[in-house]
Design a protein around this ligand. Structure first.
Ligand code: PLP
Length: 460
């Protein structure tokens, strides 16, 4: 008799992956190279050194090395909060009356409350190894800033965090956790940088965006001795570090003799989704299996579903290298009332390329539908999800409901990236019936898309 698959499947400490998997090594065609805005030509490795740690810059540019060893120091910290559980959502399946089997990989079980710690630990380690005094970064909803504060405190590094102003105001306690770990936190746009002052001069009430916070953090890094900049998403190196999510998921599923038909993740800059799908996408790229992959984004900031696949700056201040990605334009101002950290104008170049080449699908949901799914999930599965993660829950529920109609017992895997305990302003708005669904019109999207950079000979 086949034993029942448990509600929570825990791997042992020695089953934590010892290597990160670099999806690019198996891609048939590579994502387009980064462009150095100063030269208008593909960026060389050395162009990245003033901004990024050298080992991280090497990971960023490497599309050939399939596996990177995870340093012992990083593994020692992973062991404090990993392996993360793979959970079977039996209660949700029952409530939906679906033949589908729903699994989720839960990454919220650490103080930062999300998957962000996986890359924060790696990036802080390399910064320490390079002998830096500290690093600077941006944070949207606050999870990345919290994760990096934790990681920097482990490795004895200073940290300056530029936090999107709307989140800074909505989530005062996020800032206090970061301070508890020793970070300095500033609401962005701030008066501390040229980029911030320029944005505030044009629009004193600007509520901030990830793109703007990135500009401020990069500017501070390049103008401060002994500091470099680290980023919590979008970059290839971050997708690489997050592959631990997918690798552990695959091992745990194999132990239960399971394999997903559909893999679903929310997509802000693409790091959790890129990490979750990595080993399954490897199977698809190498012809071993053919699962579906679904990126879920907010209807208020729909970079994959309504953006264009063009070169753009990764930040609003236009100082970072340009990446070819699905983008709404770096000057796009995401709606301040949308909850959570998916308010980014662009998308990981790796995921953008895979989506463009037809390996992945994307859907966009309005926020009330996302919160409806979050509340249903919380009541059934005992975890209060982060609003970002709830996008994936929404799509997983909808796929399971389709199975109810067709009678197919599909295996669905989604990423539950974090918990929502600091998102109570958004939950309160939902509970009190004050949550709005903002969907930008085509007219509203047009100006930022028309303002995309022109690069002679590459993008007219
Ligand atoms: C809990 C959580 N999930 C998902 C995301 C989206 O980021 P990414 O697309 O890089 O995974 C964020 C970003 O802040 C987050 O905090």
């Amino acid at each position: 008799m086949k034993t029942k698959i448990p509600h929570r499947i825990y791997l042992t400490e020695d089953q934590i992956p010892k290597q990160w998997y670099n999806l690019r090594a198996d891609m048939k065609e590579q994502a387009a190279p980064l462009i150095n805005p100063a030269t208008g030509r593909p960026a060389a490795l050395e162009d990245l050194y003033p901004v990024f740690c050298e080992d991280l810059a090497k990971q960023e540019m490497d599309d050939e090395t399939r596996y990177f060893d995870i340093p012992e120091e990083v593994l020692d910290i992973y062991k404090i909060y990993r392996p993360s559980p793979l959970c079977r959502a039996y209660n949700l399946e029952k409530a939906l009356d679906t033949p589908a089997k729903i699994y989720y990989k839960f990454e919220g079980n650490n103080t930062s409350g999300s998957h962000k710690l996986n890359s924060a630990v790696a990036q802080a380690y390399y910064a320490g190894k390079e002998g830096l005094k500290g690093v600077t970064t941006e944070t949207g909803a606050g999870q990345w800033g919290t994760a990096l504060s934790e990681a920097c405190s482990y490795f004895g590094l200073d940290l300056e965090v530029y936090m999107v102003k709307v989140s800074f105001q909505q989530k005062p306690f996020r800032k206090d956790i970061m301070k508890t770990f020793g970070a300095k936190v500033f609401a962005s746009p701030s008066e501390r940088t040229e980029a911030g002052r320029r944005i505030l001069a044009e629009d004193p009430d600007n509520s901030g965006s990830l793109g703007c916070a990135i500009s401020e953090a990069v500017e501070r890094a390049v103008t401060s001795d002994g500091y470099k900049y680290v980023l919590g998403s979008v970059l290839n190196q971050v997708v690489l570090h997050q592959s631990v999510i997918g690798l552990e998921s695959k091992t745990a599923m194999e132990l239960c003799d399971e394999y997903p038909d559909i893999v679903i993740g929310c997509a802000g800059g693409g790091s959790n989704l890129g990490g979750l799908i990595a080993p399954f996408m490897q199977d698809k790229l190498t012809g071993k299996s053919d699962p579906r992959f679904i990126a879920v984004e907010p209807a208020s900031c729909p970079s994959l579903t309504r953006g264009v696949y063009r070169y753009d700056f990764c930040d609003t201040g236009k100082i970072t290298p340009m990446a070819k990605m699905y983008t709404l334009g770096c000057t796009f101002k995401p709606s301040a009332n949308h909850a959570g950290g998916l308010r980014y104008h662009g998308m990981s170049p790796i995921l953008s390329k895979l989506y463009h080449d037809g390996y992945m699908e994307a859907v966009a949901y309005e926020q009330t539908k996302v919160f409806e799914a979050a509340v249903q999930f919380a009541k059934l599965e005992t975890i209060l999800p982060a609003p970002e993660s709830a996008h994936a829950i929404r799509a997983a529920i909808d796929e399971a409901l389709k199975c109810r109609q067709t009678g197919e017992a599909k295996t669905i895997l989604f990423g539950l990236t974090g918990t929502g305990y600091f998102d109570m302003t958004a939950y309160a708005a939902y509970n009190e019936g004050n949550m709005n669904d903002y969907i930008p019109s085509d007219e509203e999207l047009k100006p930022a898309i028309e303002a995309l950079p022109k690069i002679p000979g590459i993008q007219e």
